[in-house]
Design a protein around this ligand. Structure first.
Ligand SMILES: Nc1ncnc2c1ncn2[C@@H]1O[C@H](COP(=O)(O)OP(=O)(O)OP(=O)(O)O)[C@@H](O)[C@H]1O
Ligand SMILES: [Mg+2]
Length: 352
């Protein structure tokens, strides 16, 4: 059994999966709020102890004894790591490991001594026959050490530490058939940041963290309506983007004024800029689809808004729709588990 554990800044999420032969089966999924109940959510105030408590409570809630969990796969945020796709000759894995360590120094602006390197083979290069595309991942020892000590404090034995953007692409690739031509975009809208990933078969992998998430959606709703964070959350979950648009009644004479720029416009602008950057760097701009994941993906009206502004088909992604066992349990917000599922799947992926 593999336990995929996504330690987010508002919720910790877990998905357990099992692999027999080549088939994955999802066993269970669950989540837990990170801050203590009834507290007003403030991401700035979350620290190590809150996460430890939340993970412990989550495991208890799902009936898992941390001591018995043999294989836990957890993830580091895109903003604390750096991921770069490179193309290299095909070679045995021990050689690849040292080649990657060498490559990392060239590609990733870090001091070298303080970097931890990992990689994942994406597949054969589409242009050069004997070459492969590799996702090279680096982060600092400080980030890894603090992550690993958090897991230990939860009573878990640390296992594979992956990075969330790669977990996202693993989950989407697992559930959806990725077309041979064109690019798929994933936007994981969490609480504090949104992780954008662009990839496709034989295409360059790209990721960037955008500084907006559900927390900002709620804050803006609260400010606009002059209500508390929790009331704003209720209103937002029910009405979504429409509660940001003034009705003509309270608009009065102001309705001729150009509509204010909302947090959603800013998010769209950030996505647009990232896609433009990708197109410039790679010469590829055939964006087929945007999948929204993360808790705030279901904000009513958001997928349609993004789709109409960017002119790319946009939909909320359900990681359990095409996996054995996915229909055997129910969760309210399946999209919120995409990273956790991707991490669980990673446990069953052997490195060639
Ligand atoms: N039904 C809903 N409608 C709209 N937004 C929702 C809904 N349920 C949860 N959210 C939002 O989802 C966000 C939490 O999502 P998620 O669990 O993906 O974040 P996280 O992983 O904890 O945060 P981060 O990725 O920034 O560390 C919150 O901001 C919350 O307001
Ligand atoms: Mg998250």
């Amino acid at each position: 059994m593999y336990l995929g554990l996504d330690i987010g800044r508002q919720y910790v999420k877990m998905v357990t999966v099992e692999k027999s032969r080549d088939e994955y089966k999802v066993l269970d999924a669950g989540l837990r709020l990170v801050p203590e109940l009834n507290a007003t959510y403030d991401p700035e105030k979350i620290d190590h102890t809150h996460w430890v408590m939340a993970v412990k409570e989550l495991l208890r809630q799902q009936g898992l004894n941390p001591k018995r969990v043999k294989s836990v796969i957890s993830g580091i945020n895109g903003s604390s790591s750096s991921i770069k796709q490179i193309t290299t000759m095909e070679m045995p894995s021990d050689e690849l490991q040292s080649a990657m360590t060498f490559e990392a120094r060239k590609h990733i602006p870090m001091d070298g001594t303080d970097a931890v390197i990992d990689y994942q083979i994406f597949g054969s290069n589409s242009r050069e026959i004997d070459k492969i595309d590799v996702g090279l991942v680096a982060c600092t020892k400080g980030v890894i050490n603090s992550h690993v000590s958090l897991l230990r404090e939860c009573g878990l034995k640390p296992g594979i530490v992956d990075v969330n953007p790669i977990a996202l692409s693993n989950a989407v690739t697992f559930v959806k058939d990725i077309p041979e031509d064109g690019l798929v975009v994933i936007v994981d809208i969490g609480a504090v940041t949104s992780s954008l990933v662009v990839y496709g078969q034989g295409q360059e992998f790209f990721t960037r963290d955008l500084p907006l998430g559900g927390y900002h959606f709620v804050k803006e709703t609260a400010a606009k309506h002059e209500i508390s964070y929790t009331d704003a959350q209720d209103l937002l979950f029910k009405e979504g983007l429409s509660c940001m648009i003034k009705t003509s009644a309270d608009d009065g004479i102001d309705n001729v004024r150009i509509a204010e720029r909302t947090v959603y416009d800013n998010l769209v602008e950030d996505i647009r800029r990232s896609l433009r950057f990708y197109a410039k760097q790679t010469g590829q701009s055939f964006f087929l689809k945007i999948f929204l994941t993360g808790g705030a993906a279901v904000t009513p009206g958001l997928a349609d808004f993004i789709s109409s502004k960017l002119n790319v088909d946009t939909a909320v992604f359900n990681p359990f729709e095409n996996i054995n066992g996915g229909a055997d349990f129910s969760v309210t917000n399946p999209n919120q588990y995409t990273v956790a599922l991707g991490l669980g799947i990673r446990g069953g992926m052997e490195r060639e």
